[in-house]
Design a protein around this ligand. Structure first.
Ligand SMILES: Cc1ncc(COP(=O)(O)O)c(C=O)c1O
Length: 617
């Protein structure tokens, strides 16, 4: 604990916003000076809850004398001044107590629609008015994902200041790195940063950019699922076409597998006549997989098969039930094409048994018993859990990861970047290139034709792409591998602190709460042991109630906790049972925050018991 808390304070130092304004101002000055001379930065005020007076003063300094549309058009010097004000606003929002309204926004539906005019202003407005509306209209409608240490819902993201600076720079540069020549630095920094990350996560060399495979940034894990499942479908179609011969690389670009990405024939495999209609292709996930996998199947017209898990297996996908499902589908004439396994499920951070799953993928579910239809694509959804692969003490959780065809890790979850940065790693880029490459005339250029460069447009759905690698690069350089490991260990330590509080309440031994799944990574799933029948004397005794009422009790407790505004938790279902979920691990979160959350949960449970929730039994 002590080493983790000293690392934690170091982390806070690293992430501190004190120097943010100065550093950004310095880079903005550099950019602006190259465009035209500017005469320095004026002091600015304003901020969350900041007095309108200071904003008015600033408005006078900057916009005095300008009128109408001229005031709205932002001169470089105004950008420097108001940009500094905006940075200070962000730092104040995240560090001062802006949360008087609670962690979850309490506004009513349509509050903002009714408050704002129904058309844009005819004349451009001054920044002071806009900043004032941020405070008075926007902040009340925020649920505080970033500014509150009592946010325990979903998976708390961590937009560290270095990454926020990367976002700003990305918007300021506004390069479109769809192919190499569109901005060589954008492509090459992405390759370098993703290789660095792959090494930090101990991924095998096949996922590095030097060989057939490599990383590519996608907007989200959901988008990544669409990309890889499309590739799996195109690959399966090629395999079943032309007399069942493998169509590896069919229709792809250059002659060798390493060059000419997206060249002349790109996309031909995707456009080939369907040997197998999509609706006969099947993708497998556990019943704990994130909904984005099913959504990807919906988008692509693929069948989605949900394989059950059990509490006894810790809600992990095991090989045998998967093998049975695949074999049954193959026997029914369907074509199994892919499995999406998860390392760190959303509900309970369960880890699928990768080695068992990979064995099924390899033999197509046949396992020597027949029925298999050929190799299945193994995609690993490591959107949340993947970050923890950088901790040697958790390496066993990722055993078998080297057998995957693709892995997605969201840097916008535990890797200190703001949305959107999903790092998709491919063992072999070729199937995705076959599925997504097209080369219209206006995108042809000598660099692409040379085969010496990577053009990321062929490994994603849209054409345009932002310079997102900047934020990951800044994070990796500023935190370093040690800083990132410390951040992840801190999340685990906070979870353990919450777990200790649960145990102290009696835990599984007849206490008010019980664990609902093995605690994992930074997440605890637990259940309010309801009913605790309240006797006239006030003493509690166990009573048996039907499942539906127990489930309703969990929701009632969650609503009560969130209504206090003191913390924010959500529920999920495990094996058909409603449970409550506390996800720890904000960058500035401390044991005191976790203990406070526990205290609120216990207090509200006691109150509900006292008010008769239990006596309705
Ligand atoms: C395991 C897992 N996969 C996928 C997602 C969805 O991620 P994205 O929003 O990047 O699509 C989540 C979100 O929490 C998740 O936990």
């Amino acid at each position: 604990m002590s080493s983790s808390s000293s690392s934690a304070s170091e982390l806070r130092h690293l992430a501190a916003g004190a120097a943010l304004g100065a550093a950004l101002t310095a880079s903005a000055v550099y950019v602006l000076q190259r465009r035209r001379g500017v005469d320095g930065v004026r002091g600015v005020g304003g901020g969350v809850g900041g007095g309108a007076g200071s904003l008015e003063g600033l408005a006078e300094q900057i916009e005095g004398g300008l009128a109408g549309g001229a005031a709205a058009a932002m001169a470089p010097s105004d950008f420097l001044a108001w940009g500094g004000a905006m940075l200070r606003w962000i730092v104040r929002y995240r560090t001062e107590d802006a949360l008087t309204g609670g962690v979850v926004s309490r506004v009513s539906p349509n509050y903002l629609i009714e408050a704002l005019p129904d058309a844009a202003p005819e004349q451009g407005e001054g920044w002071a008015a806009i900043m004032r509306d941020l405070d008075t209209l926007i902040v009340p409608g925020l649920t505080h994902w970033e500014a509150s240490n009592r946010f325990f819902a979903y998976f708390k993201p961590h937009a560290s200041y270095p990454a926020v600076m990367g976002e700003l720079l990305c918007a300021g540069l506004n390069v479109m790195g769809f192919d190499w020549i569109a901005s060589p630095a954008c492509t090459e920094l992405e390759m370098v940063a993703l290789d660095w990350l792959a090494k930090l996560l101990c991924l095998p060399p096949k996922f590095l950019s030097k060989g057939r495979g490599g990383g590519v940034i996608q907007g989200s894990a959901g988008e990544a699922a669409i990309v890889v499942l499309l590739a799996a479908a195109v690959r399966a179609n090629a395999k079943h076409g032309a007399g069942g011969e493998s169509g590896d690389g069919g229709g792809g670009g250059g002659d060798d597998g390493e060059s000419g990405e997206g060249g002349e024939g790109g996309g031909a495999a995707a456009l080939a006549a369907p040997a197998v209609p999509r609706h006969r292709m099947v993708v497998y996930c556990s019943d704990q997989a994130h909904a984005v996998c099913q959504k990807a199947c919906m988008v692509l017209g693929l069948q989605f098969r949900c394989v059950p898990t059990s509490k006894a297996d810790g809600f992990a996908l095991r090989g045998e039930p998967l093998r049975r499902a695949v074999a049954a589908d193959a026997a029914a004439g369907l074509v199994p094409i892919a499995v999406c396994a998860t390392t760190g499920t959303t509900s309970s951070c369960a880890f699928d048994a990768l080695r068992e799953v990979a064995a099924v993928c390899r033999d197509g579910g046949g396992g020597g018993g027949g029925g298999g239809g050929g190799e299945l694509w193994l995609h690993i959804d490591a959107a949340y859990g993947g970050a923890y692969a950088c901790l040697p003490e958790l390496a066993h959780c990722f055993d078998g990861i080297e057998l995957a065809d693709s892995i997605v890790v969201n840097a916008h979850k535990k890797l200190l970047c703001p949305f959107d940065l999903a790092a998709l790693y491919l063992a072999d880029r070729r199937p995705v290139l076959d599925a997504l490459s097209l080369q219209p005339e206006y995108l042809r250029n000598a660099a692409s034709a040379s085969g010496a460069v990577t053009d990321f447009e062929h490994l994603q759905l849209p054409l345009g792409r932002r310079f997102r690698a900047l934020k990951l690069w800044f994070v990796l350089r500023r935190f370093g591998a040690e800083g990132i490991r410390a951040h992840l260990r801190q999340g685990v330590a906070l979870r353990e602190a919450f777990e200790r509080r649960l145990a102290a309440s009696g835990g599984d031994d007849g206490g008010r709460f019980e664990l609902a799944a093995p605690p994992s990574l930074s997440l605890v799933c637990f259940r309010w042991r309801w009913p605790r029948k309240v006797e006239p004397s006030g003493a509690s005794a166990a009573a048996v109630l039907d499942e539906e009422a127990c489930n309703a009790a969990q929701i009632a407790l969650k609503e009560a906790v969130n209504a206090t505004g003191e913390c924010f938790i959500i529920q999920t279902k495990l094996g058909g049972t409603m449970v409550l979920r506390v996800a720890c691990g904000g960058l500035e979160q401390e044991v005191a925050d976790v203990e406070k959350a526990y205290a609120v949960i216990e207090r509200e449970a006691q109150r509900l018991e006292g008010e008769g929730w239990a006596s309705t039994a």
